[in-house]
Design a binder for this molecule. Structure first.
Ligand code: SAH
Length: 467
């Protein structure tokens, strides 16, 4: 973040705008909306500001800018077309530690003004950090069309009831759950369709009848976070990530995905690295039970899909045994994500009529698989957790009948900005892994379909070196 977004209270505060033209007028309009007392310094005013002066909405000093004028102002904005004046305003304000904005000159600003979507009291501010005000405005236009105007009225209704709800529910989690129910249900719909009185009555009734949630158990959401690229999350995953009280996540969940979790949710890392289990599986199972019994909404966030080599089954077995409500949200599994992002279709009518997902790492650390079943023609085999077993895997497949020339791809950190793809054969892969210092997580795809990559590769990871 180049700038920290904050909202400033300028109600009845003196704010100075230097410049009398149209750009200045737009800034003045925003300041007035915020309730500021605005003084404009400019030898002459354009039409818009002249009208405001005549209406008594602003003060005007018809003179050239002097540094001392910034004194005692809460904010200063420079909006002249004179580079020298703008710079002088910035210097004068900065010398006195007064926040200053110079229109279209982010490097002279100590604050910047976002594009605003006003659904007062809800205000959404969009900024590109000065990089592209046009982009920020386009984003604003999209958000404008997404957020019904009635959101402002809805927020006012919440404001009216806030104190009563606070009194009714002692704990912040209970209050949050109550408001989430109200804001996503029929009461919100009543507001949106203009039936304000009905909404008010329904809200009052709901407050009177709702059972005290204090003793209720929470819920566990077992959610697949996909292979890394946050764009691959499902809508449901995102919604639950936004409403969880606690997040229990492990190593495979990418930072970008984790960033989308509700900001004030408690985040608990439970590790799971090869040969190093930060919290043993049984401990995780019990942790989920304990948190849910405390009434929390627990997001158990896993890489990929929770039911594919994710131990999701084990975790919800414990929940089911304890009678704790849960739901499972599928995610894009590494095989699907890595295959797409490396241009390797897992099946193809000409090359492969079946695909097998198999783990290359057993509980006791050995690779002991049904080799004859895996070493079949016209079949794609995908190995999860196979990095350390690469020599065993290649040997197992060739010694059970697959040609040493069978194409293989190894995908490291698939779908992320750091994705790397190494293509070889069953013969060459062990050497490639050694040479390239490949790191987990990696996925291995074995089969003729790997050849298609030459034609179908499309994804260029942002972190790749063009050389
Ligand atoms: N539940 C997960 C798999 C967990 S097992 C899923 O459905 O994807 C962990 C293994 O998944 C890793 O050892 C690796 O083989 C694979 N994996 C997960 N994310 C990956 C990624 N972004 N790139 C490559 N392999 C990945």
């Amino acid at each position: 973040m180049n700038f920290l977004p904050i909202f400033i209270n300028v109600k009845d505060q003196p704010c100075l705008v230097v410049g009398g033209g149209e750009v200045a007028a737009r800034k003045v309009e925003l300041l007035l909306k915020g309730g500021a007392r605005v003084v404009v310094v400019a030898p002459e005013l354009g039409a818009a500001l002249t009208a405001r002066r005549q209406a008594g909405e602003i003060g005007h000093r018809a003179e050239a800018f002097l540094p001392a004028q910034v004194q005692a102002h809460r904010l200063v904005i420079a909006a002249t077309d004179d580079e020298g004046v703008n710079r002088a305003v910035a210097e004068a304000a900065q010398a006195r530690n007064i926040p200053v904005n110079v229109v279209d000159r982010p490097e002279l600003c100590t604050f910047i003004m976002p594009a605003v979507i006003d659904r007062s009291p809800v205000v959404i501010a969009v900024s590109s950090g000065g990089a592209s005000p046009v982009l920020a405005r386009l984003i604003r236009a999209r958000i404008e069309s997404l957020i019904p105007a009635a959101y402002g009225r809805l927020a006012k209704l919440v404001g009216e009831f806030r104190a009563r709800v606070k009194q009714r529910f002692g704990h912040i989690n209970q209050r949050r759950a109550f408001w989430e129910e109200v804001l996503q249900g029929p009461i919100a719909e009543m507001m949106f369709s203009g039936r304000e009185q009905a909404a008010r009555a329904a809200l009052t009734a709901r407050l009177d009848t709702i059972a005290d949630r204090g003793s209720e158990v929470g819920e566990v959401y077992l959610v697949g976070g996909g292979p890394g690229d946050p764009d691959l999350l499902t809508f449901r995953a995102l919604r639950l990530m936004q409403q969880a009280d606690v997040v229990v996540y492990d190593r495979l969940v990418s930072k970008e995905v984790l960033d989308l979790v509700r900001r004030d949710a408690v985040k608990m890392y439970v590790g799971k690295e090869r040969d190093f289990h930060s919290v043993p599986q049984e401990g995780i199972n019990q942790l989920l039970v304990r948190l849910a019994k405390e009434g929390k909404r627990v997001l158990r966030l896993k890489g990929g899909d929770p039911f594919i080599f994710g131990r999701g089954g084990e975790e919800i077995e414990t929940l089911a045994a304890e009678g704790i409500p849960f739901q499972v949200v599928p995610g894009i599994t590494a095989a699907a994500g890595c295959a797409s992002y490396s241009g390797i279709p897992l099946t193809h009518r000409d090359y492969s009529q079946a695909v097998v997902f198999v783990t290359g790492h057993l509980k006791d650390g050995t690779v002991n698989l049904n080799w004859p079943a895996l070493a079949q023609p016209n079949q794609t085999v995908v190995f999860y957790m196979g990095l350390h077993g690469v020599p065993d895997i290649c040997h197992g497949l060739t010694s059970h009948g697959l040609p040493a020339s069978t194409p293989v791809a190894l995908i490291q950190q698939g779908t992320t900005a750091n994705q790397r793809v190494f293509a070889g054969t069953l013969e060459t892969l062990p050497e490639i892994v050694k040479r390239e210092q490949v790191k987990a997580p990696t996925l291995i795809i074995v089969g003729e379909v790997v050849r298609l990559r030459e034609k179908l590769s499309w994804f260029v990871p942002a972190g790749s070196n063009p050389d």
